[in-house]
Design a protein around this ligand. Structure first.
Ligand SMILES: NC(=O)c1ccc[n+]([C@@H]2O[C@H](COP(=O)([O-])OP(=O)(O)OC[C@H]3O[C@@H](n4cnc5c(N)ncnc54)[C@H](OP(=O)(O)O)[C@@H]3O)[C@@H](O)[C@H]2O)c1
Length: 357
């Protein structure tokens, strides 16, 4: 989109109003409301504070946040177990959707008022956030803010794991653990689009959603041994790719469930980090690849490449309805503590969104 000369503030001052063609005036206050972790602990430690509205650099845009979404990382950060990476905002929140209200001098591809969503290293639980202009993804006209806020973290994580790391191919079999999680629901959709056969583990109550998204086999891991089910389903050949968030308790069964040249992508350790008495023979016997990854701490250049590659291959599928943001629930951000409690209870299927006033 062409830059509209005259709309961009030459000297970015807060408490200044910018003239907009259709919205008339939009003001950016010097202070904004944000959710802060004033002390590590439970959801009750989340509190609203007044915080300086971020300044933008020459290559950045300022977003008026309309919606953000919860991630497990927010819960860990609140408990003091996942500090923000150096340079990131101490305010939690890894993704937002909203509109652009200010544009840095070097940004040429955005207009004031553009509806965008993005991935963040922090700072999403706030009324405003600054991001590099190339990190913004344009929200399709038919998509609302709550849907747009539910996309960046889980779809980019799933895209990175499935394409960049595991290089999943059509006709291959993939096992996605926690299939009804936010990342799991995105991973099922991407894997089905590639043309893979998708197997998931999830609580029984969440199988209907996984089935709706196209999973070919759902395993109730609380009742059935997933290793045995996979062996039977694949006639002892195993799966080509596993996306795992559980860690220690699944490690041996994951190794045993991989086919020749199989790839395991480890994205989290919700069940622990210390597997005991592991037989690593399958690693050599089946020439396996083990990979681990994070997204939050990646540098800006990596995130921009990831966003651009994802947009190129998948963004249009959100407009056609072939890809969907899977939303479990939507809270007003005043109820952020309640939303955290809900995620901790493991009941959600897909994303928990917070609408930001
Ligand atoms: N490395 C990265 O780049 C990256 C990026 C984003 C997210 N992540 C991680 O990916 C994981 C999923 O994130 P999310 O936001 O999609 O989570 P989510 O929507 O909150 O879903 C998590 C689900 O995992 C299942 N689960 C939890 N603990 C479990 C356990 N001990 N054993 C088996 N299943 C368990 C539960 O579903 P059931 O009822 O089916 O058990 C739970 O609802 C999180 O750990 C998150 O931190 C990593």
């Amino acid at each position: 989109m062409p830059q509209k000369d005259g709309l961009r503030p030459d000297n970015f001052e807060y408490l200044v109003s910018y003239h907009l063609p259709s919205i008339s005036y939009m003001s950016v206050p010097a202070k904004m409301r944000a959710v802060s972790i004033h002390e590590f602990g439970g959801p009750e430690k989340l509190e609203f504070i007044d915080w300086p509205t971020p300044q933008i650099g020459e290559s950045e845009v300022l977003i008026r946040v309309r919606a953000t979404a919860l991630n497990r990382a927010d819960l860990l950060q609140r408990m003091g177990k996942y500090p923000p990476p150096p340079g990131a905002s101490p305010i939690p929140g890894l993704e937002v959707a909203g509109e652009i209200v200010a544009i840095g001098k070097k940004v040429i591809n955005w207009d004031i008022g553009a509806r965008v969503c993005t991935l963040l290293a922090g700072g999403g639980y706030a009324q405003y956030i600054n991001i590099h202009g190339d990190m913004a993804m344009s929200i399709p006209a038919e998509m609302n803010y709550e849907e747009a806020a539910a996309i960046p973290e889980v779809f980019l994580t799933a895209f990175q794991a499935i394409h960049w790391l595991a290089d999943l191919q059509a006709g291959e079999k993939i096992l996605i653990h926690a299939g009804a999680s936010g990342v799991g629901t995105a991973a099922i959709q991407l894997a089905k689009m590639i043309g893979a056969k998708v197997i998931v583990t999830a609580s029984a109550a969440k199988h209907t959603l996984c089935d709706y998204l196209g999973a070919d086999l759902m395993i109730d891991y609380k009742k059935d041994n997933f290793e045995a089910v996979i062996a039977a389903f694949t006639e002892k050949q195993g799966v080509d790719v596993i996306i795992d968030f559980i860690g220690a308790p699944y490690f041996q069964a994951n190794l045993n469930s991989l086919a020749m040249e199989g790839r395991l992508v480890q994205l989290a350790f919700m069940g622990g980090v210390n597997p005991s008495d592991v037989n690593i023979a399958p690693l050599l016997r089946n020439r396996l690849k083990l990979m681990g990854s994070t997204l939050r701490a990646r540098n800006l250049e990596y995130k921009i490449r990831l966003i651009q590659d994802f947009q190129k291959h998948y963004w249009h599928h959100f407009s056609t309805g072939n890809l969907k943001a899977i939303i479990d629930s939507v809270y007003n951000w005043e109820s952020v503590a309640e939303a955290h409690r809900y995620m901790e209870s493991n009941q959600n299927q897909g994303k928990i969104v917070l609408m930001v006033d």
